[in-house]
Design a protein around this ligand. Structure first.
Ligand code: SF4
Length: 145
């Protein structure tokens, strides 16, 4: 397992620190993905210059940096770093815990990752030739159909 991925899984304190950096520098969120979080998504629309519908579909689960490979999935249930709860983050408002999360590791920020959140560094998986976890057709390919 690559160090960048292994470290947040092994060390809860590093996973927590990297979460805080991602929240601060890349606006990781929203605090509770089950809520409308209108202001949060408006900021993403402005950042990415996309419609609300498109912004709300740019989630960790379909980001190029979302690694839910078999190796990660096997490590998550027992990895000490993966026991970090979203609600334990020292942030305001408090983050909600989501059942079944974390479900992957973010290789950009070296954090355990919830499928339903996002950040400013979201990247389309088809722009990462090494991404074998999520396979999509590109918008251009869709237009060819
Ligand atoms: S880089 Fe991608 S996977 Fe990582 S936190 Fe941001 S949106 Fe999620």
């Amino acid at each position: 397992m690559k160090d960048l991925i292994a470290v947040p899984l092994a060390y809860p304190e590093i996973n927590l620190a990297n979460h805080l950096n991602c929240i601060l520098y890349a606006k990781l969120g929203p605090a509770d993905p089950r809520e409308p979080s209108t202001a949060y998504w408006q900021a993403k629309m402005d950042k990415w210059q996309v419609t609300e519908g498109e912004a709300r579909t740019r989630l960790c689960m379909n980001c190029a940096h979302y690694d839910n490979s078999k190796e990660i999935m096997q490590a998550l249930p027992t990895a000490p770093g993966a026991q970090l709860k979203a609600s334990a983050l020292p942030v305001t408002p408090k983050w909600a815990d989501i059942d079944g999360m974390p479900s992957a590791v973010c290789t950009r920020w070296a954090i355990t990752c919830s499928a339903l959140r996002t950040c400013d560094d979201w990247e389309a998986p088809w722009e990462d030739p090494d991404n074998a976890n999520v396979l999509f057709v590109t918008p251009e390919e869709e237009d060819e159909d």
